[in-house]
Design a binder for this molecule. Sequence first.
Ligand SMILES: Nc1ncnc2c1ncn2[C@@H]1O[C@H](COP(=O)(O)OP(=O)(O)OP(=O)(O)O)[C@@H](O)[C@H]1O
Length: 263
Amino acid sequence: MKVQLQDITVELSGRPVLSDVDLEVRAGEVVGLLGPNGSGKSTLLRTIYRAIRPRDGVVQLGDLDVWRSTTREVARHCAVLTQDNVTEVELNVLDVVLLGRIPHRSLTRRGAGDDIALARHCLAQVDALHLEERMLPTLSGGERQRVMLARALAQQPKVLLLDEPTNHLDIAHQLELLSLVRRRGVTAIVALHDLTLAAAYCDRLVLLEQGRVVSVGAPDEVLTPERVAAVYGITCDVLVHPRTGRLLLALTQAESPAKEPVE
Ligand SMILES: Nc1ncnc2c1ncn2[C@@H]1O[C@H](COP(=O)(O)OP(=O)(O)OP(=O)(O)O)[C@@H](O)[C@H]1O
């Protein structure tokens, strides 16, 4: 499903947070949202899943105008993994994943058994089936993150929005999560801080700075040393992975002070 943002402007507490953002994400495309802290990545995702209403602009999921639809209608198409939906709720893992079925319940004829089979399948996909009977608050940060991804997958979304999904995950699960998102073939918009991971897994990247899109394109078009220096204030050498051919970014502080000699 295509995602389209036109002229999105958001003001929070009277301050502009996003200004005139235009973005078109094609069906099945994985797009990485990059930018320094406070550049507007989470806010942009929130305008798509109806958590922050833009002052101006239109958000569309396929033909659905998000801000003229209900939360439930949007949730039938679009699932979200954020930092703040990892809650202390006193439910076991399987029940948490089953919450992902709620937007579909009145539409589907699936019985509870089908939903449970689907929830277990989603847990297996994120390597968390062994946790199904555990209570959510007893899980580690990374285990919870994977369970919340399983819940999002159980929603069977056509669009997946992921806000820093690799936080808390060990490196193997970081790679597995992003490759799972790719394999699902859904349209995905993923806010990431790790530029090399973004370059490895995203078809295109969108770089934000102070609420404005400063670059959109293939990873090698967006992540040039000059642009990384201008936006993040760091020095960046762009290398090529010897096996995958994807970009590898070697980062150093712009002006590293000379090291004090140790006595
Ligand atoms: N409710 C709010 N009221 C006022 N300002 C807000 C509010 N929520 C966010 N902001 C501001 O909007 C700007 C963009 O925030 P946002 O969370 O979208 O950035 P981000 O790029 O996701 O940052 P990070 O990388 O730190 O997660 C920040 O300056 C933030 O302080």
